[in-house]
Every structure is written in C-alpha cells, then in structure tokens.
Design a binder for this molecule. Sequence first.
Ligand code: MV4
Length: 448
Amino acid sequence: MFQKVLIANRGEIALRILRACKELGIATVAVHSTADSNAMHVRLADESVCIGPPQARDSYLNIPSIMAACEITGADAVHPGYGFLSENARFARILSEHKITFIGPSSHHIEIMGDKITAKKTAVELGIPVVPGSAGEVKTEAEAKETAAEIGYPVLIKATAGGGGRGMKVAFSEDDVLIAWSTARSEAKAAFGNDSVYMEKYLTKPRHIEVQVMGDGQGNAVHLGTRDCSLQRRHQKVWEEASAPTVPKDQQMEIGEICAAAMRKLKYSGAGTIEFLYEDNHFYFIEMNTRLQVEHPVTERITGVDIVYEQIRVASGEKLSLEQKYINFSGHAIEVRINAEDPQTFAPSPGKIQFYHPAGGVGIRVDSAVYQGYTIPPYYDSLIGKLIVYGRTRPECLQRLRRAVDEFVVDGVKTTLPLFQRLIKEPDIIAGDYDIHWLEKYLKADKA
Ligand code: MV4
C-alpha cells in the first residue's frame, strides 16, 4: 500500500479522497493555489504545498508544480479526482516515469477513450452496443453526404477530440449537412487543435444513462449498476439518480454485465464510467470517462461500495475486493448539486457564506468542503456541495429529498437550492419521466 498520497484537486472531491486515505492509514498531501490557502482540504491534509496562483492553468493544471510537490513531500501516488488532470494521459505517463503511481487507469486506456473514434471502435470490438454512425473520421464533403444518407437524417457531427458536448453540430437534411460538417470541423480545430470529426445518427429524445465500472488491471472487473444523469443544463449535470428510473432491472443488469465483461477483456484498472444514450428501450454507447465522477456517491449508496477506497487499493496493485455475485443493488439514491449560482440564470455567485446549515438525518449524505465564514473564490467551478439522499424506494427517496432541501440553508450566496424545491414538485420528475432536453425546456418555458 502507498505511504503518502498527493491529492491533485480541491473542494469536496479533495476531502472525499482524504477521507478514503485516512481509512487506509495513508498520509495525505494537499496541493492548493494561493486562492485556496483557507480551503478545507488544506486544513485536513497532513501536509500541504502551494502550487501556484489562482488560475487553474497555473496551479491545479500545472504539471511541473505538481511534480515538484511530489518530490518535496515524497508522495508515492497521486489521486487526480475529477476534472483538472484526471484524464490527462501525459500526466499519468510522467508520473509513472517518475515511479509515482497515478491513481487511475493506464495512460494507454486514458488515451484510447480520449479519442472518441478509437473509443467507439474499441466499444464495438468489446461487444458494447454503439450509436449507428460513420466507421471513423468523415474527411471530405462527399463522405459527409454519403455517410449521412446511409445513416439517415437527422445526423450529428462530433469532434474526435471532443466529448462533453463541445463542438457538436446537427444536420436535419442534405441541405445542412455540408455546413454542419465544415462548422464542426473548424470549431473542433479551434477548440482542440484537431479538426477530425465523425458522424452519428442524432437521437432526438434520449436519456443519459451511464454504467459505473471498476477493474484491477489484472482481468477482474465489475459493474456497479446505472445512473441517470439526464437532468442537465448546458452539459452541466444538476441531478443524478441511481439506479436509472424506468429502465427494467434485467436490462440494467444486462448492460452492466456487457460493460464489466468489456473491462475484463481490456484489463481496465480503476474506476470508469461508460456513457450511453437510452432511447426506445435501447442502450447506445457514446463515450467512456476514465475517471472518478462527481455523481459516484449515488452508486456508493445503492451498492455499499466505497469507490475511492477501491480505486486506491487497485492502484497499489491489490486485486479488486469486489466480486459481481456479491454486489447487491438496493433502494434508490438521488444527488443534487448545490452550486453557488443564481437558480434562474445560473450566473456564478461567488462570495462569503454567512450562514451554513447542511441537511442531516436518515438517508442523507452531504459531500462538501465549505463552512460558515468560507469565501467561495471566483476561479473554479461553483459546486458548494452535493446532497445525496437515499430511500428504500424512489418515492421514499424523493420524500426525503424534499425534506432535506427544505432543511438545507446556505446564506450569503445565491444557490441552486430553490431550483430543486421546484423540481421536486414537477409531475414528470416525480414520475421519472424526463430526457436530456427536459430541464432546458422547463427553464425556457419559465422565462416565457
Ligand atoms: C448525442 C446526442 C444525440 N445523438 N449523440 C452531448 C455530450 C456528449 N457526451 C454527447 N452528447 C450527445 N450526444 C447522438 N448520436 C445528444 C447529446 C446530448 C447530450 C447527451 C447527454 C447529456 C446531455 C446532452 C445534452 C445535449 C446533447
């Protein structure tokens, strides 16, 4: 096992990782920017190192600074959390060249999944169902027209180096396919320095359902069920559930087993999330994320698995302590993201938290790194905390969520809590009947 883990992140996820390290008896190193000197992760870690000025590119994304912090403290492993350097294959490679363990998959697996065409090809080879689309890159105007005609309109053009929704263009007919294709290419070039694009059938009303997987790099892998993350705005998830409501249990286990089998074949190591669109009762692979995700606690709650603890164990060379047949799925969990944002416009609302009272009681977990008197800096994402609620059934979970949202107080900054107060009353939400467009339509109708 590791002696000392450096946590290359901040906020609630840095705390989440610190806690797992404590339970494993591992010493911790926090790194922080000058804007985060008073942050909770710095206070709770055994040691801390300032790695640069506030801007993330100069601190949390600054590989030489983080390598120096490893050297100074003698850390033998780095946990990257989510965001920042968590899916940076070069960072994973540099660490391994310095005999420091990256707590995550191999740089090879990060690279494969980072290139969306290679990811999709890999998925096909592994027997995972994918969205119908081009075999690879769509390189010419002629190819764009032919491929779209084969797939059938509407089609979606995506950046090979993209992901997370950036640089996508829809074409509804042959009249717009060339414009969509060339716009997608130039936007991809500008955003990623790579103009490669591919094409897919555009699914018009899917749900976003993902499968959590874990492997040990030795051919053992399990799935931890599904999460529905359809409630999102501008590709920012606001509400996540495990298991995905309305998907039959046997179909959930079937797609889960397909994913687990795929990860066994890949000899995947660590935590991963396989993203699907779900429409008309079918799962279609779109991407794989090779990191711990924000919404992992809902999966932890319904399975009893400590995903971060398991990540650290397998990174240190131990076998997965989990076996599929002993993983039970029970009850329902919902996470809502409490952001320091205007609940109507979603404009960031950094500032000082004057009063803070998190919800508690039966079925409640709050993952947060704020405290009363803490000033939320303007430089990073606006997540104040995650409210994770459990119930034996989805209705029980919703009832507790309603109660917990009422109880939660954050004064001094605007938060998304009032949005959740409204959402919990919506018949579609109560019924679990929503797709990836539901929230944006709801917010738009609100303005009109
Ligand atoms: C799609 C799609 C419809 N059809 N692919 C957006 C983020 C990226 N991960 C993939 N995305 C989408 N891919 C096909 N073939 C619709 C989206 C999409 C979306 C997906 C998941 C969650 C929210 C979304 C919001 C808009 C579009």
